[in-house]
Design a protein around this ligand. Structure first.
Ligand code: FAQ
Length: 314
């Protein structure tokens, strides 16, 4: 066991990825299943706020783009569930835990999409925040997670750009459209900052996850990167950031921003956000409604396997 632990530590120090068949500490495995599972659930639940607007997209082009984006998110969820399965996690078990409220998903998807501009804001701000976090995860220490992230980031970059473009059209439109865009920024700015998790001094998992190189940057470092990237984009659109304390610090070269409402964040992740119940109900309905499909597929797969085995014996 000692040699295994030493080999694992050495691989981490030398930036050699840990692969499914390598020995790993049980706590490393558990942390990864928690994070990858939560990440997968976020992609799947994340389909709901935007999916809500597929039938109401303003043009055929916007509808086609949105359909493709939502479908991409489903694919991301499936890569991530597969990555968690390489660690011994069971997909049905993860889904049961999500529905029972014993596994989390990103706080951001518990907010409603009240107007079309909210859909644009999700593409621009939420995918934008997701990319900042996920680019860092492309170098995470667990191989299957890192490789899934490379592929996911390519698609998220497209999502972010289409969101910005949709927002730009609104910001350059009629005064009513511009106001709609501003309202969406007002609603989504702070929840997007919360996506990076609690401040570093209040993040119980960070120290160990950084030591194992699961996380390469801290929650606050990534949040700062997102703010620095995004404020110039808001200004370019002729919109404002809903933060009176926001200002550029010439000395550090960073934007300084106001205090996040952590009470709101912790309430949302405890299940008390505006849409938590609705999201879980929708997921439960889909999971229960799809039971017969999963059972039929399992019976079919068993029959195929039995046929192949009997052919081999013959
Ligand atoms: N929401 O000690 P830390 C997307 C929990 S993908 C809910 O700092 P950690 C694509 C955390 O789990 C978005 N819970 O935790 C898309 C922990 O609770 P636990 C998802 C949160 O893990 C776009 C507790 O608080 N991305 O958007 C959140 O070291 C558009 C203490 O926190 C990922 O999941 C939160 N925001 O750092 C889809 C990225 N923050 O588990 C559709 C991968 C924290 O101990 C449309 N995950 N918590 O009970 C990560 O990088 C990390 O897990 C963090 C949290 C940074 C989220």
């Amino acid at each position: 066991m000692k040699n295994h632990a030493e080999d694992f530590e050495q691989a981490i120090q030398q930036d050699i990825t840990i692969e499914p068949k390598n020995w790993m500490p049980e706590a490393y495995r558990k942390t990864l299943i928690r994070q990858i599972g939560q990440h997968g659930h976020s992609e799947i639940i994340g389909m709901l706020p935007e999916g809500n607007w597929i039938t109401r997209a303003p043009t055929l082009k916007r509808k086609a783009v949105l359909l493709a984006k939502v479908q991409d998110e489903a694919g991301h969820g499936l890569y991530l569930y597969s990555a968690a399965e390489t660690l011994g996690a069971d997909r049905d078990d993860m889904m049961d835990k999500l529905i029972a409220g014993r596994m989390k998903y990103s706080s951001i998807f518990n907010y409603p999409t009240l107007s079309w501009a909210d859909v644009a804001a999700i593409g621009w701000l939420v995918d934008g925040a997701a990319i900042v976090n996920q680019v860092a995860l492309c170098r995470t220490s667990y191989g299957p997670y890192a490789r899934a992230m490379v592929r996911i980031c390519k698609e998220e970059s497209f999502h972010q750009r289409q969101g910005f473009e949709a927002m730009m059209q609104l910001a350059n439109g009629t005064p009513e459209q511009k106001q709609m865009a501003q309202d969406a920024v007002n609603r989504y700015w702070w929840p997007a900052l919360m996506m990076f998790g609690p401040n570093d001094d209040n993040s119980p998992n960070s120290a160990q996850s950084m030591a194992w190189k699961i996380k390469r940057f801290s929650n606050d470092e990534l949040r700062q990167k997102f703010v620095d990237n995004t404020v110039p984009q808001v200004l370019q659109l002729g919109l404002t950031v809903p933060d009176e304390k926001l200002h550029f610090n010439e000395e550090t070269g960073h934007y300084e921003f106001g205090e996040i409402n952590w009470e709101e964040f912790f309430a949302v992740i405890a299940g008390k956000g505006p849409c938590n119940q609705e999201r879980i109900d929708a997921r439960r309905k889909a999971w229960e409604g799809g039971k017969w499909v999963r059972e039929s597929a399992a019976v079919y797969a068993q029959k195929q396997q039995a046929q192949q085995q009997s052919k081999k014996v013959a």
